[in-house]
Design a binder for this molecule. Structure first.
Ligand code: AMP
Ligand code: MG
Length: 646
């Protein structure tokens, strides 16, 4: 097989897939030790960077013997015998020392000088007496009823740090506290490890930069933004250079220029050894030794390609954004941090239980993103993954758990360590697990406004009821028709649950406007007309979807072309029809409107909630129920095309 550039693009297998540890060892072995670039930076510009050398204090801090209190500079010997029964009178010298004043008069025996907090001690004095521990006697003397020890309330010059002492050590990461210490010693510029300059290139004919407009079959460049941000987060200086088309000459020109100008080159896409995947073939041309690992036993992330060319790391991340993100954090960030002189990141982790069996591919270490909820005994970890192409999983996940290469699954009920994306897990005020609907956002908005956090996990109606039974959620939204009784939802509730009415959504046949097979017919006639035309292609829904029950009833056992195309959402059905991959399907009215399709109403679906009675009094639940009943939420639901049920 030849691609448009004439190169051989057989889908050769990853013959030598390495373990994560072996791949990292080869990569680091080829790269380190290597010298680091140093530079001088002003304090403000040094924030977050690693110090390249020890910094010694250029002055004493404090620079003079300094009073720590408002009071009087005294000679402790004068007050040695002072007590309640033996007051001592001290005469005041004719000056008051404020901050910034240099004292002129000596404190001689029997005298004292008023000194402010932070001002220098006058010659002759060896201690401070707090103003509260004295009484004025006329304008020129004080009476003292207690003794003070030598050195009382005085910070001596250099007692904080002495000239020449090490103030900060090489490798220390500069934060606000370090900046404070440096400023206190008058240091304005420090030697730091220069941020590695990291050039970032996306590759693919299908990529459009965010802000642009997608044409058919195009997608937005996600990796460019992800990698640039992740590089900055890990101490690199990110230079995003855009997306390059899958054209050998263009790619080579961009790669070689970026490589020459930077300390590290990160590409994404084109590593899968598939048709049009050129990137990895060009990497070896950049320098020696070239590719050290191509194919790592990770999931997501198998096609990762690691190279070192003339001492610089060159990385090709997998194209799928989640894969790119995981491999970056797992394998590339540690190397970048070492180059930047920064310590390895330490991620917090918590223990949680898997609610159901999680399948995993044998032979690859798999990272599964999870969303955490509080169960009856401890945390439960729900996988949020929708496949390695899905980017929203990241926003919904609290962290990830790891299934080692030698396991092909994690059993239900297993305890796993979850690595957190943030330092802490915050238990949500309201947990909603079940079928998803855009109407939910309308009902939850007032909660978010009043500072309550809501966690929504879509697992379908049945999955929600199961979660409610296990006590993992407050509410389980569902839309299930019981065919025997012809009733919605109530028959599906478990023990200890009550039904909270939600809203109604109209489902119907979607088709492209003007299609004579559907125009002007009712839903049953439209289905019959579709079945009568062998060229007519349908799009179905997944097993378990409420909509699927309606479709199977309409089809009465028929299996027309397209029956096995079973996407999991209303929008996917509408998109398939709008883009001409199918001619008809069943979806909610909002999806038809979003894609400007014709719509024939079939039946109203009941979207309600199973409320776990034992959790009904939780403030988050009360707030949600209040919102559901409010006129504002009802109006918002109607605006979205839903009919509130009560
Ligand atoms: P590739 O390895 O180039 O075949 O890419 C694998 C998958 O990731 C394809 O579906 C690409 O469209 C997708 N992909 C590649 N690069 C990007 C990117 N920068 N942003 C979003 N998706 C990408
Ligand atoms: Mg590509």
């Amino acid at each position: 097989m030849n691609d448009k550039n004439g190169a051989d693009v057989r889908q050769d297998q990853f013959l030598d897939v390495l373990s994560r540890e072996d791949a990292l060892a080869r990569f680091e072995g080829a790269l380190f030790p290597r010298p680091r670039r140093h530079e001088e930076r002003t304090l403000a510009a040094a924030l977050g960077l690693a110090l390249a050398q020890d910094v010694a204090a250029p002055v004493d801090a404090p620079p003079f013997d300094r009073s720590n209190v408002d009071g009087f500079a005294v000679r402790s010997a004068d007050l040695a015998k002072a007590g309640p029964a033996s007051p001592v009178i001290l005469r005041l010298n004719g000056e008051t020392v404020h901050c910034g004043d240099e004292p002129r008069l000596q404190v001689t025996p029997g005298t004292a000088t008023p000194v402010a907090t932070g001002a220098p001690m006058p010659r002759g004095a060896d201690a401070m007496l707090m103003v509260e521990h004295s009484h004025p006697v006329g304008d020129h003397a004080i009476e003292v009823l207690r003794a003070v020890a030598p050195g009382n309330f005085v910070s001596f010059a250099g007692s904080d740090i002495a000239l020449g002492e090490t103030l900060l050590r090489e490798g220390c990461v500069i934060g606000s506290r370090e900046i404070g210490m440096l400023a206190a010693c008058g240091v304005a510029v420090v030697p730091v490890v220069a941020k590695p300059r990291v050039a970032i290139l996306s590759t693919g004919d299908e990529l459009v930069q965010p802000g642009g407009t997608l044409r058919p079959a195009e997608i937005f460049d996600t990796n460019g933004s992800i990698v640039a941000a992740a590089v900055s987060e890990n101490g690199g200086e990110a230079h995003f250079l855009g997306a390059i088309r899958d054209d050998e000459d263009a790619l080579w020109a961009a790669m070689s220029k970026a490589f020459a100008e930077c300390d590290m080159l990160i590409l994404s896409g084109g590593t899968s050894k598939g048709a049009g995947d050129l990137t990895h073939k060009l990497v070896n041309r950049l320098g020696k030794p070239g590719i050290v690992a191509h194919g790592v036993a990770l999931k997501p992330g198998k096609p990762l390609c690691l190279a070192v060319c003339d001492g610089k790391p060159v990385v090709i991340l997998p194209g799928f954004p989640t894969s790119a993100m995981f491999t970056f954090h797992d394998m590339i960030a540690p190397v970048l941090r070492t180059m930047a002189g920064l310590p390895a990141r330490v991620d917090a982790s918590v223990e949680a239980v898997a609610p159901s069996r999680i399948a995993s591919e044998l032979g690859r270490r798999e990272y599964v993103m999870v969303s955490l909820v509080e169960g009856v005994d401890g945390l439960t970890a729900y996988p949020t993954g929708k496949g390695s192409g899905a980017i929203t999983s990241f926003a919904q996940a609290d962290g990830f758990l790891t299934i080692e290469a030698l396991s092909d699954h994690m059993p239900a009920g297993a305890r796993a360590q979850v690595t957190l994306f943030t330092p802490h897990v915050r238990a949500p005020d309201l947990v909603v697990i079940g079928s998803h609907c855009v109407g939910l956002d309308a009902a939850a908005t007032p909660l978010a406004r009043s500072g309550l956090s809501v966690r929504m996990i879509s697992v379908g109606s049945m999955g929600g009821v199961a979660a409610a039974r296990r006590g993992e959620c407050d509410l389980a939204p569902l839309h299930l028709l019981d065919e025997k009784t012809e009733t919605w939802n109530a028959p599906y509730l478990g023990e200890g649950m009550q039904l909270v009415p939600g809203w109604r959504r109209m489902q119907g046949v979607v088709y492209r406007r003007g299609d004579a097979r559907f125009e002007g017919r009712d839903a049953h006639a439209a289905a019959a007309s579709a079945l009568a035309d062998a060229a007519c292609i349908m799009v179905n829904r997944n097993q378990g979807a409420g909509t699927r029950i309606l479709i199977d009833r309409l089809l009465k056992g028929a299996r027309p072309e397209g029956y096995f195309n079973q996407p999991r959402s209303h929008n996917a059905v509408a998109a398939a029809v709008a883009q001409g991959r199918a001619d008809w399907g069943l979806a909610i009215k909002q999806a038809a409107e979003a894609y400007d399709l014709g719509f024939i109403p079939l039946s109203q679906e009941h979207y309600d909630f199973a409320l776990v009675s034992a959790r009904a009094q939780r403030p988050g639940v009360q707030a949600f129920l209040y919102s559901l009943g409010s006129e504002a939420t009802k109006a918002a639901l109607r605006k979205l095309g839903f009919e509130p049920a009560s």
